[in-house]
Design a binder for this molecule. Structure first.
Ligand code: GLA
Length: 393
């Protein structure tokens, strides 16, 4: 039984009747372009074939009542009187809060949710939850779906309600990706291009099993160091500093801030180069960019931990690996590797063995397909039966 059927069946059991809408929104893995989003730069994430699913039906009393199968708990809140609390439902409240701030009239609903995006590992399960609930709110309240707008709603929910100061990448990936493609995104203009993934290569996500939350001050500290560097160069964001300008004036910067800025400036260029490499099917070139990205994240931005360095090294020791790097916010969580498609099993076995040996930890390995962004999967028609609808974001 797939997750769509599971949420649907649980809905029937819990609420005694069919859901009127089922939506899903995926997690993401970032191929390259790390910590560039809040510098108005470029990113290249892809949505993964792991998602959060919600089955729902409208309620007339303005309440939202949701049961989470994963957490085996439920929560009810009033759209009229949103109150801060703790736990998974804060993401739903945050989405409702921002939509209301923007003047949308929301209807209540009851629903069941379930997902297979690993939580807290840097694969954006929270963005997936925000976008899945945005899909449900939009569908139930009759709001128009605009992927970029809804991604902003998700990001603002995170910034203004949950209190995490993230950029726009995760929500854009969950909202706007296309199957088989990575999303080349300009985080300033939100202009995007869907770049096909090269054939004969697998995207392998390697979870170190180490964790560090984004709420941590280290992420915010990197942000303010980047802002400090932008002020030094007299620009809005580091996106506006060329390599030549950086080289000319870098000696005026504090040494640590200089390295933070160097990461951002070189990483933006690596994203542009990676898009070129993908377009020309240059897997070796693409792999080298990932490798260089990891070194820069390790030495200049300093957002890796020992486990991430060990798992990336274990991956890069394999002849089937074109390149690997940490992915996401860092300080724990996952790395990503590009691996020759025919050799996934050997790669996985060898990396597990090497990583266990060097770190003493048990990694989780996920071979991921590039999936589509958030969509409504089923909607009931007037007859109460289901029709499958394919709404591309
Ligand atoms: C987290 C944030 C993103 C982005 C990445 C680093 O995933 O949510 O906005 O800043 O870290 O690239």
């Amino acid at each position: 039984m797939d997750l769509s059927e599971q949420v649907s069946e649980s809905f029937v059991e819990l609420f005694g009747g069919k859901p009127s809408v089922i939506a899903r929104a995926p997690g993401r893995v970032n191929l390259i372009g790390e910590h560039t989003d809040y510098n108005d730069g470029f990113v290249l994430p892809m949505a993964i074939d792991r998602a959060i699913w919600i089955a729902a039906r409208p309620r007339a009393d303005g309440l939202v009542h949701v049961h989470s199968i994963d957490f085996d708990s439920h929560d009810t809140f009033s759209l009229e009187d949103l109150k801060r609390g703790h736990g998974w439902s804060e993401y739903l409240k945050g989405v409702a809060y921002v939509l209301k701030l923007d003047g949308h009239r929301l209807s209540g609903w009851e629903g069941v949710m379930l997902g297979d995006v690993p939580r807290g590992s840097g694969l954006s399960s929270s963005a997936a939850l925000e976008l899945a609930s945005a899909r449900i709110f939009a569908s139930i309240s009759g709001l128009e779906w605009n992927a970029a707008y809804m991604a902003r709603v998700g990001q603002r929910a995170e910034n203004e309600w949950v209190g995490v100061n993230c950029g726009i990448m995760d929500q854009m990936a969950s909202a706007a990706c296309r199957q088989g493609h990575a999303l080349f995104l300009d985080c300033r203009s939100l202009e995007m291009e869907h770049v096909p993934l090269p054939g004969h290569v697998a995207v392998v996500v390697m979870d170190t099993s180490t964790r560090r939350g984004l709420v941590d001050s280290a992420y915010n500290e990197r942000r303010s160091q980047c802002e400090q560097a932008a002020r030094f160069f007299g620009v809005k964001a580091l996106r506006d500093v060329s390599w030549a300008e950086f080289e000319k004036r870098k000696s005026g910067l504090d040494e640590v801030v200089m390295r933070r800025a160097r990461h951002i400036i070189t990483e933006n260029q690596r994203v542009l180069d990676a898009v070129q490499a993908m377009r020309s099917n240059d897997l070796a070139g693409l792999g080298n960019l990932l490798k260089a990205g990891h070194v820069s994240l390790r030495d200049d931005l300093e957002v890796t931990n020992e486990a991430l360095n060990q798992i990336v090294e274990a991956a890069q020791m394999q002849s089937s690996c074109y390149g690997a790097r940490m992915t996401g916010g860092g300080f724990g969580g996952c790395a990503v590797a590009l691996v020759a498609a025919g050799q996934i099993q050997t790669f996985t076995d060898e990396v597990q063995k090497a990583y266990r040996q060097s770190s003493g930890l048990e990694p989780q390995i996920y071979v991921c397909k590039a999936d589509a962004g958030a969509n409504v999967v089923y909607n009931s028609d007037n007859m109460g039966s289901y029709r499958r609808i394919t709404v591309q974001p």
